[in-house]
Design a protein around this ligand. Structure first.
Ligand SMILES: Cc1cc2nc3c(=O)[nH]c(=O)nc-3n(C[C@H](O)[C@H](O)[C@H](O)COP(=O)(O)OP(=O)(O)OC[C@H]3O[C@@H](n4cnc5c(N)ncnc54)[C@H](O)[C@@H]3O)c2cc1C
Length: 378
């Protein structure tokens, strides 16, 4: 992500507007903003927060956050330390060292240019490498946890650096200890990724398969796979560069439900929607069920509720990919949140499914957070 302050800016800024640091292009100022070029500078930022008895927040590329219009009354720590390095020896499996402030997509580009397999399907996911571990980024059949060898992190309470194994990170779908049990306890400093020089193609996703079938390519090269992913992603919705079109990727998480919940969903869908929607739901079940669990794309639920293109203020549900909420130019966080709440209430009322929000909400009061998370009862 571009750093509006520039990597060489002063260490601490006051009342720095956060909106330019996010892909949504939404959000007020931070009381203090620390442009941290090293672990030491992160520690200085933490000391500043302690001195003023303020909370801190780590902001990477700002592609998975919604920052309140009031901003963040605390210290924002923005890692700017970058670097990617490979061992000099050439082995079939190689260990890539990456610093947290590196742009994730540059890491993918670096590996593809050197013939290293393992993260090519994670092309064009915005944000920094450090944050990639927080929600265990995933796309088109790969996730970062598949190749993580170890993570290094600053343990805030002790002020010490630690190395964590993948098991200690407890990765799951869009989760790790960093956004659940140990939320706010670590700042990721870097990682080691285990990548392969031997082709390991992951082409199972229908869009990826169709892309290569159309071109008659059976065994695509690594660079062709990266190109395919970029072009599939760009077709779905534009990468956020300007305020108009700003977004945080998927705003809602997909659902994983059990048999009983699936039956209840079928019952609601057959009661509230035309028969063809039950047919689509059955197709989804046949395609995405694993064991007793059924994965339901949140986009399907939003779509059948007729919410594509639905708009509040300057925030809109994307017309082609309804998981994405878009800043149509000048949107406030209040616009985005009221749109999200309306989508969730409608989906809940008509399908009984509770959609969870993916981006982290920053700078909202406790009362606002309760309202957002307990939407069913409000
Ligand atoms: C267009 C678009 C497409 C996207 N597509 C995908 C996708 O396909 N798959 C997917 O999984 N995600 C996707 N995302 C979501 C997002 O890109 C990822 O979650 C990304 O890893 C966030 O990185 P970031 O640096 O922007 O994090 P931020 O938004 O800055 O922060 C996200 C969270 O990570 C924490 N954090 C950041 N850096 C650190 C650190 N060094 N140490 C500790 N905590 C830290 C923050 O405090 C915050 O809680 C997409 C987003 C957009 C806008």
């Amino acid at each position: 992500m571009p750093n509006p302050a520039g990597d060489g800016g002063p260490l601490v800024r006051e009342s720095e507007l956060l909106k330019p640091y996010t892909t949504f292009k939404v959000g007020g100022p931070a009381r203090f903003f620390v442009n941290a070029g090293s672990a030491d500078e992160l520690c200085q930022g933490l000391a500043l927060a302690r001195k003023h008895s303020l909370p801190h927040f780590v902001l990477g590329g700002g592609s998975n956050v919604l920052i309140s219009d009031r901003g963040f009354d605390g210290v924002v720590l923005h890692p700017t330390f970058r670097g990617v390095s490979l061992p000099s020896v050439n082995t079939p499996e190689t260990h890539l060292k990456v610093l947290a402030g590196e742009v994730w997509d540059d890491v993918v580009g670096f590996t593809v240019a050197r013939g290293l397999w393992g993260i090519e399907n994670l092309s064009h996911i915005p944000g920094q490498a450090g944050a990639a571990l927080v929600q265990n980024i995933g796309a088109y059949g790969q996730q970062v946890s598949d190749v993580l060898e170890s993570a290094s992190a600053l343990e805030i309470a002790k002020g010490e650096q630690r190395v964590l194994s993948p098991a200690e990170c407890e990765f799951g779908y869009r989760r790790s200890i960093f956004n659940t049990t140990a939320r706010g306890q670590y700042i990721i400093l870097g990682m080691s990724l285990k990548l392969s020089r031997t082709p390991r193609r992951v082409l199972d996703y229908p869009d990826v398969r169709a892309y290569f079938d159309e071109r008659g390519i059976k065994e695509p090269a690594l660079a062709e796979i990266r190109q395919a992913i970029i072009s599939i992603r760009d077709r779905k919705f534009p990468f956020p560069r300007e305020e108009k079109g700003g977004n945080a990727g998927s705003f809602f998480k997909n659902l994983t439900i059990d048999e009983q919940e699936y039956e209840a969903l079928c019952e609601k869908v057959s009661r509230n929607f035309p028969p063809r929607e039950l047919g689509r739901l059955t197709e989804i079940r046949n395609r995405f069920s694993a064991g007793s669990q059924v994965k339901i794309p949140a986009a399907f639920l939003i779509d059948i509720c007729g919410l594509k293109g639905y708009r509040i203020g300057a925030a809109q549900v994307n017309e082609s990919q309804p998981l994405v909420l878009v800043n149509m130019g000048g949107a406030t966080a209040a616009d985005v949140l009221s749109l999200a709440l309306n989508v969730r209430r409608t989906v809940w009322a008509r399908t009984g499914a509770a959609l969870a929000i993916e981006p982290e909400l920053v700078g909202f009061s406790e009362q606002e957070s309760i309202e957002i998370h307990n939407f069913n009862t409000t």
